[in-house]
Design a protein around this ligand. Structure first.
Ligand SMILES: Cc1cc2nc3c(=O)[nH]c(=O)nc-3n(C[C@H](O)[C@H](O)[C@H](O)COP(=O)(O)O)c2cc1C
Length: 185
């Protein structure tokens, strides 16, 4: 699979890190693009910065010289994790002024899979209406809401309850978080 991971400036950079930690660039073509504000939040939240697995291809936000800037070469799936309300609004309304937004536009128009992992609370009607528009356009919205029934003991285990569901929707087999009614490993 060709997978594009887009990271924006919402709190929860660890969600992006854990997703990257669990995508094998030998099994998939993994591309990464960061919004400008992603850098700032990563600096706040990830001591040592974002760790990119070997083989992951990074792209300059301001250059359209990336395969997924064109409908002729879209990724199979794009994940925006974590996704700000700003980026969500821009995607919902077709803004395409950088390669992250253009890629989301391409993924929607080419009917590929767009997974958004928004993080914000509380939500305004603007956010909810943008989510409605994106759902109608075919996006999958997976809020960064961890689950607690599996008894996570660490922040990473809690984060992984969200990342596991994202991997499920990506179609990447995983045993990252215990599944309901299954024994813990
Ligand atoms: C530490 C920090 C945490 C933030 N957390 C969020 C958040 O959880 N959700 C959100 O929508 N915006 C959040 N923001 C604000 C966004 O970074 C800001 O709106 C930015 O313009 C978004 O740009 P982007 O969508 O291009 O990344 C945060 C900003 C900072 C500095």
């Amino acid at each position: 699979m060709k997978i594009l991971v887009a990271i924006t400036g919402a709190s929860g950079a660890l969600y992006a890190q854990r997703l990257l930690d669990n995508l094998d660039p030998r099994a998939h073509e993994v591309h990464v693009v960061l919004s400008n504000y992603a850098q700032q939040v990563i600096a706040e939240e990830l001591p040592g910065g974002l760790r990119l697995p070997e083989g992951v291809k990074t792209h300059n936000l301001k250059s359209m010289n990336a395969p997924f800037a064109s409908g002729s070469n879209p990724p199979d799936v794009m994940v925006v994790i974590p996704c700000t309300m700003g980026t969500m609004g821009r995607i919902a309304h077709g803004y395409s002024e950088d390669v992250l937004l253009r890629a989301a536009d391409v993924v929607l128009k080419e009917r590929k899979k767009l997974i958004l992992v928004p993080r914000e609370t509380p939500l305004s009607l603007v956010h909810v209406k943008n989510m409605e528009l994106l759902l109608l356009a075919g996006a999958i919205i997976m809020p960064a809401n961890p689950s607690f029934y599996a008894g996570a003991k660490t922040i990473i285990e809690l984060v992984d309850t969200v990342v596991a569901r994202v991997l499920d929707h990506l179609g990447v087999p995983n045993r990252l978080a215990p599944r309901w009614t299954e024994e813990k490993e």
